[in-house]
Write a protein that binds this ligand. Sequence first.
Ligand code: KIV
Length: 275
Amino acid sequence: MKNTSVTFKEAKAKGEKLTMLTAYDYSTAKLIDESGVNSILVGDSLGMVMLGYEDTLSVTMEDMIHHSAAVARGAKNALIITDMPFMSYQTSVYDAVVNAGRLVKEGRAQAVKLEGGLEVCEHIKAIVKASIPVCAHIGLTPQSINAFGGFKVQGKGEQAAQKLLDEARAVEEAGAFAVVLECVPASLAKKISDSISIPTIGIGAGNGCDGQVLVYQDMLSMFSDFKPKFVKQYAQIGDMMKNAFRAYIDEVKSGAFPSEEHTFKIDEEIIKKLY
Ligand code: KIV
């Protein structure tokens, strides 16, 4: 069944947990979609896990459109949510609507995600008014890494916890259909989830959220630059890939590959006639 922003809200009302994974290309999106996930996030994390930047700040609209369109070609049933990259919406409400529109028209996104609380509510309202569903993202918002001074758990003190709860209510009021909570203490994430009617999607926010999201390279152990505490590794695909690459190198060097079964044939009489 096709997942939409509407089915997301219905899932929360029914108490059904939502699943989301990132993807950035056609073949991975197809595999993830076929596994039955509710949503694929074309995250700006692609700057780190696909392009090798040290943070998400250098990711451009062109990067997001290029990868989003590839994912859209591979996914049939998952709701495709594409991240608005740094400085594609912070500059003005007008820019936010224009760039959200580009992600839908050119990147074939079915919803967009942007980071921030009260300061982006006007942007959310305007994008939703243009009939584009918006997923909000509060807590640790990686595009604000320089303002935060590093990747840190958010909402720990009383004031900070109240601010996060207020922000969740504000983005709901602005029209967001879901909100990602990143690196938030579990009981605060549960309190937020119980206080709003739109689904919360947690990453490093405990199991009291209405759904979960992980970066697929993290959960498959394909990204070894660092491993956040909240990541569970479901398979050691990075090691499997390296072993396969090494086996290929060994077989090419020894002449074992390609063997008969991977080789095309021609009538040897033809070869004999060649001069
Ligand atoms: O860019 C991304 O992958 C994200 C998730 C970590 C929520 O925003």
